[in-house]
Design a protein around this ligand. Structure first.
Ligand code: PGA
Length: 250
């Protein structure tokens, strides 16, 4: 069993232009000056993967996609394959983000297929799970998360090819976060699921918390038991903010 090295991942969603290279250069500079005790990942829109790959090479910063198709290639207009991400210098891909589940109607089964394709192409899949506000209010959180984990994680998942991200939907982009106890409870359940299903290797999976992580709350959130890093949306777009979150691991 190895203690997971934390991961701080930035999900840029549908934000960023070529001019955002400035932010990446600034982040590289900050990481060079003050290296962090965590892995750092940015997941920009597909159009920026190639240009960013030239900026980050050799600086301990990784690149990831925000989604991939569950098949390797074919007539799928507008989609992108795991192999193409790999070709664009990615080592990670986010799958099953709640925005994909909601707006693209992605099921747990589809998320699992995407993760399996990512694994096949040698990418690490960041599999997202999370309850809605309604589910939280009606006391269903733990059941919802357990169900999503069971169905969204393919059987070939191991600690080095899979990261789980717990992102309560009601905390995404709202400035609200669950309490330390609530996050600890869900991350504890996720760890239990992982060790129950994958044995000792389950201890080594990284479990990220996501949803309104900011420089102001990062240190507290990252110190919770079984929280091995963060998946950051809005606060990952500016190098100074993202660096402020990475600060939790310096
Ligand atoms: P947020 O988004 O940090 O803007 O709340 C997190 C996410 O959706 O990954």
């Amino acid at each position: 069993m190895t203690t997971p090295r934390p991961l701080v991942a930035g999900n840029w969603k549908m934000h960023g232009r070529y001019s955002s290279s400035e932010e990446v250069n600034a982040l590289v500079q900050m990481l060079r000056e003050r290296p962090a005790q965590c892995d750092v990942l940015i997941c920009p829109p597909f159009t920026l993967l190639m240009p960013f790959s030239n900026l980050i090479e050799g600086y301990g910063l990784s690149l990831g996609g925000q989604d991939c198709h569950h098949q390797s290639e074919g007539a799928h207009t507008g989609d992108i394959s795991a192999d193409m991400l790999k070709d664009a210098a990615c080592s990670y891909v986010i799958v099953g983000h709640s925005e994909r589940r909601k707006w693209h109607r992605e099921s747990d089964k589809r998320v699992s297929e995407k993760a399996a394709m990512a694994h096949k192409e040698g990418l690490c899949a960041i599999i997202c799970v999370g309850e809605s506000g309604k589910q939280r209010d009606s006391g269903e959180t733990l059941d919802v998360i357990a169900g999503q984990l069971k169905k969204s994680m393919p059987d070939d998942s191991v600690a080095h090819n899979t990261v789980v991200a717990y992102e309560p939907i009601w905390a995404i982009g709202t400035g609200r976060t669950p309490s330390v106890e609530e996050i600890g409870e869900v991350h504890g359940l996720i760890r239990k699921h992982l060790t129950g299903r994958f044995g000792l290797d389950g201890q080594s999976f990284r479990i990220l918390y996501g949803g309104s992580v900011k420089p102001e709350n990062a240190a507290e959130l990252m110190s919770i038991n079984n929280v091995d890093g963060a998946l950051v949306g809005g606060a990952s777009l500016k190098a100074a903010d993202f660096n402020g979150i990475i600060e939790a691991y310096r």
